[in-house]
Design a protein around this ligand. Structure first.
Ligand code: ASP
Length: 317
């Protein structure tokens, strides 16, 4: 079946958990086409002409919000951004009231980021349009995992049977959770590495191997995903000092030497240089795919906006 007609059985994209392998593959295949479109001088297509996309961000974001904005605009949607600092949420409006108000404006797509796990799902029940989770608390960040998967698949030609290490602050990371789900669904072997205080208890049940030592955990890895220390979600001391954290868990060339020679380095951003990753390693274009991840982000988000509006666009034909 041509990619543009393939069906997708979900109304929203709230998380990776619950998606099937072929549904993830479908998103990645469509995204591959958008990578090509985005590399042309004319990046615009009128696929979503007449549709309205609202980006509703209750938490700060630079790259994710811009990426969704570009994705919507490149597909021809009218895109509006609303963030906490400029909205009535500051004046005390509840999440549900905000959802009902926005719903009355008849958007076709709502992209939502919220500091509480589960808030985006709650909101999706109160509106009539497709909702995309742009990160909810410590829960999920599905488009990040999809863009990571696209980056890996393009570089390594497969995801299945690769060994992927997710390193650092796994406890507070929605990026880690979405990636663990996706990589397991796609048949990769997943490891998490970090200090015991930053590894969630029972994480093995999600299908990962746990390591507390970088040298051991990185051994023979194909992919190294570094995570930002999410200090804004930490209440109390999870590690003694930043310099001690860097010496034990920060990715430098010495630790990198334990992974496969062609192991790919990734980071979802924003990066803390000298905290979770050495600046020279992050900037090493022969090893690091960090800039490529940003590029893939726009293409993956275009694919998600395209796929989630297909039935609606079909109705209008
Ligand atoms: N940008 C990612 C997120 O929103 C990762 C991070 O902030 O560390 O979860």
């Amino acid at each position: 079946m041509p990619l543009e007609n393939a069906s997708f059985p979900h109304t929203h994209l709230l998380g990776i958990e619950g998606l099937k392998e072929d549904e993830i593959t479908q998103i990645l295949d469509v995204a591959d086409q958008y990578v090509k479109q985005n590399r042309r001088t004319n990046k615009k297509k009128d696929l979503l002409g007449g549709l309205t996309q609202i980006n509703l961000f209750f938490e700060n974001s630079t790259r994710t919000r811009m990426s969704f904005e570009l994705a919507g605009k490149r597909l021809g949607a009218d895109v509006i951004n609303m963030s906490t600092s400029s909205s009535s949420i500051k004046k005390g409006e509840t999440l549900i009231d905000t959802a009902s108000t926005l719903n009355a404006m008849r958007p076709d797509l709502l992209v939502v980021r919220h500091g509480s796990s589960g808030a985006v799902k709650l909101l999706s029940r109160k509106v009539d349009c497709a909702v995309l989770n742009a990160g909810d608390g410590k829960h999920e960040h599905p488009t990040q995992a999809l863009l990571d998967a696209l980056t890996i698949r393009r570089r390594k030609k497969r995801i299945e049977r690769l060994t992927v290490a997710i390193c650092g602050d796994v406890l507070h990371s929605r990026v880690a959770r979405s990636n663990i789900h996706l990589l397991n669904i796609m048949g990769a072997r997943v490891r998490v590495i970090g200090p015991p205080t930053l590894i969630p208890s029972g994480v093995e049940k999600m299908g990962v191997e746990v390591f507390y030592n970088m040298e051991e955990g990185l051994k023979d890895c194909d992919i190294i995903m570094m995570l930002r220390l999410q200090t804004e979600r930490m209440h109390g001391g999870y590690f003694p000092t930043v310099s001690e954290y860097f010496s034990l868990y920060g990715l430098d060339y010495e630790k990198l030497s334990h992974a496969k020679e062609d192991a790919l380095i990734m980071h979802p951003g924003p990066m803390n240089r000298g905290v979770e990753i050495d600046a020279a390693v992050a900037d090493d274009l022969t090893r690091s795919a960090i800039q490529e991840q940003v590029e893939m982000g726009v293409a993956v988000r275009m694919a998600c906006l395209d796929i989630l509006t297909r039935s609606k666009r079909g109705d209008q034909k």
